[in-house]
Design a protein around this ligand. Structure first.
Ligand code: AMP
Length: 284
């Protein structure tokens, strides 16, 4: 595995791989790798001859007061995990290299980016979309693998790729969970052991919603009411949002139409950690 820090060197390397007819997949992360990331790398390896993993904690997608400075950065461990997973190139630029003096161009994500995570974290999706576009251009990848864990991020990226005619395929990977259902996340280390136990209420809420939908309950208010009562059974849980939305547009709906996919989207504070999760809902 080759480690590259300089964006120009990464781009030159990618170009020479393309000239050798290599099919390139990229997996973009902020590091502190876990099983969710490893699953994305595995999918990339199944589909591509060359896998580029990027690790970059992007200051542009953190609001003031968020955890940018304390975000975990266990680089040695990450590099060892990436190598063991079969990554070919580990691209790890620093902030100055990504945002050289005078940087001023930004992607403005549209309406999807103003809802839910976008309204809770102003500027987050524009910062995310900007760095994702830069990493697509630097890695020159044919395929990029993203997790459904960050469903709204995925919707914003898919919209951007379509709107800007970006020549890249997007592969969506399912949410990877711990045994008790908590979605794996680099931020789970912030949870105390008491909070960690309570954090399972998000998945319990998702399972209850899935159960109701299987029984053909289409009234989203009824489903959400039950989800909220499960989440609120945890003493340290505070709901930021719990809604049912269309998968592509993130607009809310009162009734689930048959044969249409929706998402239950959740953002919940457990103590001082904000967790997000989602589950697909569909009445067949
Ligand atoms: P992050 O490092 O948190 O920015 O995540 C990098 C990529 O990994 C994104 O595409 C995430 O959606 C994906 N990811 C993170 N956690 C999970 C998970 N538990 N299951 C599936 N994908 C995940």
């Amino acid at each position: 595995m080759q480690i590259i820090n300089d964006p120009a060197e990464m781009q030159k390397t990618a170009e020479s791989l393309r000239l050798k007819h290599q099919f390139i997949a990229v997996v973009m992360t902020m590091g502190a790798l876990h099983e969710g990331h490893l699953h994305l790398i595995r999918l990339a390896k199944q589909r591509a001859g060359t896998v580029i993993l990027t690790i970059f904690v992007n200051p542009q997608q953190f609001s003031p007061g968020e955890d940018f400075h304390r975000y975990p950065r266990p680089f040695e461990k990450d590099a060892a995990m990436a190598k063991a997973a079969g990554v070919d190139y580990l691209f790890v630029p620093d902030t100055e290299q990504m945002y050289t003096g005078g940087f001023q161009t930004q992607v403005t994500a549209g309406d999807i980016a103003n809802r839910f995570e976008g309204s809770a974290r102003p500027g987050h999706f524009n910062g995310m979309a900007t760095v994702v576009l830069k990493l697509m251009l630097i890695s020159k990848a044919h395929l990029a693998v993203f997790g459904e864990k960050d469903a709204q991020q995925l919707a914003v990226i898919k919209r951007m790729v379509k709107d800007l005619n970006i020549d890249i395929k997007i592969l969506e990977a399912p949410v990877i969970r711990e045994e008790d259902g908590l979605a794996t996340s680099s931020r789970n280390i912030y949870l105390s052991s008491k909070e960690r136990k309570q954090a399972t209420v998000l998945y319990k809420g998702i399972c209850r919603a899935e159960e109701l939908v299987q029984k053909k309950v289409a009234d989203t208010e009824k489903i959400i009411r039950e989800v909220i009562s499960i989440i609120e059974s945890a003493p340290d849980a505070k709901i930021d949002y719990a809604n049912i939305v269309s998968t592509d547009t993130f607009t809310e709906t009162d009734t689930l139409k048959p044969d249409t996919e929706y998402l239950l989207v959740l953002a919940v504070w457990i103590g001082s950690s904000r967790l997000i999760d989602n589950g697909k809902l569909r009445i067949n």
